[in-house]
Design a protein around this ligand. Sequence first.
Ligand code: C2E
Ligand code: CA
Ligand code: CA
Length: 789
Amino acid sequence: MLKDNTALMERLCRFIGIRQEHFHLLAAHAPALLARRDLLGKEFYWYLLKSADTAELLNRHLPQGSEGLVSRQLDHLANMLSQELDADGAGAVVMLGRLHYRLGVSMVWVAGAYERYLAHLLGRLAEMAVPAELNSRLVRAINKRILLDQMLQLHGYQQAMEEESHRQNLHAQAMSRLYATLNGVSLVLSRAETRERMFQAICDVCVVEGGFSHTSIRWLDDNTSLLQAVACSSEPGADFSLNQPPSAAVYSVYGQGPSGRALRTRSVQLVNNVNEDASLAPWREWLQHNQIRSLLVAPLVLQHKAVGTLSLYSRQLGFFDDAKVELVKTMASEVGRSLERHDVMERNRKNESELAFLSHHDRLTGLPNRQLMEDHIARLISSESDSARLAVMVVSINNFHEVNARLGHEGGDVILCEVARRLRKEVYPFGYVGRVGASRFIACTDRFDQLDGLINQLMARLQSPVNCMGAVVETSSSVGVAVEFKNQAEARTLLRRADLALSRAKEKRGSQFRYYDEKMDEQIQRMHSLRSEFANALLRNELELFYQPKIDLHTREVVGAEALVRWYRDNRFVPPGEFFPAIEDTDLMRKLDWWVLREAIRHAQEWQGEGRVIPVSVNLSAMTLKHDSFVPGIEALMAAYPLPVGHLELEVLESVSQQEAEQVVAKLERCRELGLLIALDDFGTGASSLVHLQQLPFDTIKIDQRFVRRLLEAPGNEAIVRSMVSFAHYSDRKLVVEGVENQPIWARLLELGCTSGQGYGISPPMASRQLPGWIDGWETSDINLDYNI
Ligand code: C2E
Ligand code: CA
Ligand code: CA
């Protein structure tokens, strides 16, 4: 520096033509020339204030403010005249120029200050009235000296300006490299297929485009809380082994270094001078070895959580200024966003494979679904094995809807999963098992020799109670089995036959299994033809509505009549028990119900027209009630054929009210709004709890005939009836008993507190046109009074 300043000074002195004698001359006259220092100070001061911007700048940057500046300037001027210039002095003036540049003081202002100075000195010189020759020598010396000073300052000023522009250039270069890096990274992000490749490519781009000496990406291991290096890159010649420096432990969420801090604070950690950051102690040796002077660690954020870090290392001291940090931040957030995209893509990919799995498997139990099971069966059929025969089993959990109603769907799911587990355990050694319906499973095996053992084992396993959410639940299952020689077998036929066998097994209560036999096919044939005959009967009006009267057991007064359908076929009235199995679960059931409803309303209105009040009860199947058209249908019917409140009652099976309780409740409530009464039919035959029943909107309880007919023989029945009576009493519902077959039953029912009843002992169901006559006869008949005790 000293050498530079000496050279500069010599060069300038030569250029200006200022020599030793000039300095001496000035030094000799300096005191006189500076005699009005106070005046010069004032002039400077005014000049300073004239340019408000500059005054403000200088005041801000200089500790003593403008006063201090003025006195410094005056000192400088004094020195300038009195002292011979040496390299140090020249250096000081250069520094002053640099200072002015850095302060933002304009060169014009500096030149102006020198002019003031020159003018003042020349003015003083005139006042001094020195001889003309000396005067002109002094004028020259003063001019030269001020020019020299000015040029030195200018040199400093320019030097600082050039340095700045160089820095700016460098900055611009660095920025453009970073932009290139960002572009490169974006490109990588849009192209990389796997996370690993993406990370590696980012590191490479940062080194090649960004000019970083090293880069690394680390990923947070949630279990160990350590940052594991997943990718790194370094410029040619530099080595960067993944796990250095120095031990994995320093790369932790709890680490004191920049990585740990970046993770915890989710903010960029910047170290522009690695020697000044004590937290880098563990890395010191490595940093020195690689001549790294500044570094930056940016957190990688995925869904608001810091999941890793991007570290950039530079050999340049103070490499990262605000603009670069911003750019790196942008880069890190681009990477984060891209990670999120990758995540979504990966999840989609997973979902796709999950979907593929789900398209062949049941979501709840993970068992194969029907389609896959059919494939399995087909494969077994075509497989060559020792066994010539193949067995297909259909397993159904009995009354599963009741389990669901009692335990809720969660409980139901637990049961299903447990049953699936048991089936899997028993069946897998021999064949396949899958879930094909809500509570239905199928299994297949070609180990015919093992079949009996397998079925026994299955039946035993399926009967054992299930622990479900703290409760022990008893379940039973029915199994239908179909066996066929492989060379004659077909998957669908086998499944149909096993289904048929299952429905036969279900006819018996409890855990049962049935093998398919050909008679079942004949039965099914019969059922199909019955179904189509019934469809015709509906069209041809071959149905008739019978009525069974309901009476007050105390007064014998007729309180209503239950409509019961009959099919007039082959000269006889066929009761529902003979044809319902053929139409249950088909649309015909709904058609029948609407026909009955219309017919019953027609009859009720007819009787009303005759001045009779006979409230009618109509049985409603679950299918009709659950169908979406139910409420609108009833509304339309009641609007078309209005009946007084209480003249039409709907009998709903207890089991119906258990399923989809909420929906059913809403529908029943709507019916009550329309003036209908609701009766709970076959009360006590379902598995609903009294609490559940208590919440349902019904007016009447009907005790099923199966508890009543044998009331006197089976003491258990009496207990049941007694509890139903008290339930009705406490829940304020009417009670009707079915199956009043004889007088002793009637008498006992009265003793038990039953008030209304129907049954063969009063009257079997009769044709509608007979009912009015029967009522007239019944109410005037004395003989029947004998029943009343
Ligand atoms: P339910 O609703 O329990 O009807 C009572 C059944 O018991 C009727 O059989 C009736 O004839 C019979 N019954 C009446 N008194 C006695 C008696 O003292 N002893 C004995 N052993 N039985 C008696 P039905 O008419 O054969 O009806 C059977 C079931 O078919 C009915 O049971 C009902 O659930 C259903 N059902 C009948 N008609 C219709 C209908 O029009 N629509 C719908 N959806 N279901 C109907
Ligand atoms: Ca009924
Ligand atoms: Ca009944």
